[in-house]
Write a protein that binds this ligand. Structure first.
Ligand SMILES: Cc1cc2nc3c(=O)[nH]c(=O)nc-3n(C[C@H](O)[C@H](O)[C@H](O)COP(=O)(O)O)c2cc1C
Length: 408
């Protein structure tokens, strides 16, 4: 999740640093954009240090008497409009609110506002008379009408010495509004989710392997959904054509053995393990050191790979373990057997005999089995299915930690 945070020229500009930190805690990447006036209140360096990225301070590169306009910088900056999932302006001055309402685009922030299709959240902060002025209220009405989310300011003592409305809303309230706009929650905050994804490749010789049709889409969608729910994510993936979501700890593997090593080495850090990878059940007993030449018929002798799910089930202590099963017959019955025999907390079952779902498709339809529940999730995008799976995981997690919380 990427957010542009516009900081404008008011006393509350210094509070934006804490907003950056809170957003980062929710796995949100922040690109700070400052107006010229904002830089009179806080130095860009503060935000650059917090975010580890350049702060955008002007349309044509950094502004200042000695700076030369730079077109590359302008193009690079405009890419931000396409990349972001939300634009937040906090604090928003009366001046910037007026510009956004009227569609003026005379600096980077106001141009970005016109150039992006991402949701916009504005947290105004100003003197009470500025806030109550009919011009400001009319501008806010225009923005609200357009679907912009206004985080209402609080009332109280203002920096100017007056009392009334206009104090920047609490940072947590602003961050909650951003998370709502991103359809993100904090349900898995504090959890570390270890997810396996994709196929494995079991080598036959230096150029050939036994693989399977898994695309990794389900596992990557789970990683993305877990990030949106506030978790730290470790993604162990077989070879796929997908780009890992950010920010995850990414471990690329090829074979079932490599996946086993990676999973067991990270098990201690994890509180939830989701085994969505399609790990090969068999591998060639002998791997030829040279490319096998075509002669007559060839018989490959296979041996079972390590059963990673079962091993995780045995070794885990506090972790919730969720497995996947791709079945073609006696779907629920087979999956329930696997749930019990491998000591899993839940199993997500795919009926891969149905067309248009499962392997390598965008959609899926699953049944989630727990010890006492059977939850049908009808055909939907893998992103939607991932959210449904994680909601069940989150409810298992809450149930598990409830007695400990009350006894503390
Ligand atoms: C000390 C000081 C504090 C200010 N605080 C605010 C404020 O809290 N809210 C506001 O709307 N304007 C405030 N202003 C006025 C803005 O800085 C001014 O309108 C500026 O043009 C805003 O530019 P910007 O919207 O591009 O950041 C303040 C000005 C000064 C000198």
């Amino acid at each position: 999740m990427k957010v542009a945070l516009g900081v404008t020229g008011g006393i509350a500009a210094n509070k934006a640093a804490e907003i950056v930190r809170l957003l980062q805690d929710c796995n949100v990447q922040v690109q700070v954009v400052m107006t010229r006036s904002a830089q009179e209140f806080v130095r860009p360096l503060t935000f650059a240090a917090l975010t580890g990225r350049k702060v955008i301070t002007g349309m044509f590169g950094p502004e200042g008497a000695e700076s030369v306009p730079n077109l590359d910088s302008a193009v690079e900056h405009m890419a931000v409009a396409q990349e972001i999932d939300a634009l937040v302006v906090a604090p928003a001055t009366a001046d910037t609110i007026a510009k956004l309402a009227q569609g003026i685009a005379d600096d980077f922030l106001s141009t970005l506002h016109l150039a992006t299709k991402a949701p916009v959240i504005i947290a105004p902060a100003m003197n009470v008379n500025m806030w109550e002025h009919p011009a400001t209220q009319a501008n806010l009405a225009i923005l609200r009408e357009r679907g912009v989310h206004i985080v209402e300011p609080d009332s109280g003592y203002l920096a100017c010495g007056m009392i009334g409305s206009g104090r920047l809303a609490a940072n947590e309230t602003i961050v909650s509004a951003v998370m709502d706009a991103l359809h993100a929650t904090r349900e898995l905050a504090g959890e570390t989710v270890l997810i396996t994804a994709g196929p494995t490749r079991e080598p036959i010789d230096p150029v050939r392997y036994i693989g399977n049709r898994s695309s990794g889409k389900m596992g990557y969608a789970l990683a993305e959904a877990a990030l949106r729910m506030g978790a730290k994510v470790i993604l162990v993936s077989g070879p796929t054509a997908l780009k890992p979501p950010e920010p995850v700890e990414f471990i690329a593997v090829q074979t079932a053995d490599e996946m086993r090593t990676a999973v067991l080495s990270k098990l201690e850090q994890a509180t939830i393990v989701i085994k969505a990878a399609a790990v090969a059940d068999y591998k060639p007993k002998q791997v030829a050191s040279q490319k096998i030449k075509r002669k007559g018929p060839l018989t490959l002798e296979l041996e079972p790979t390590a059963d990673i799910v079962a091993e995780v089930g045995q070794r885990r202590d506090r972790q919730l373990v969720i497995g996947f099963a791709a079945e073609t017959e006696n779907v629920i019955e087979n999956a329930r057997k696997k749930l019990n025999s491998k000591s899993l907390d839940a199993i997500v079952v795919n009926d891969i005999s149905k067309p248009g779902i499962g392997f390598d498709s965008e959609d899926n339809a699953v049944t989630i089995l727990t010890a006492d529940r059977e939850i049908e999730v009808p055909k939907a995008s893998k992103q939607q299915i991932a959210l449904e799976i994680l909601k069940v995981v989150s409810s298992l997690e809450q149930r598990r930690s409830a007695p400990q919380r009350t006894s503390r």
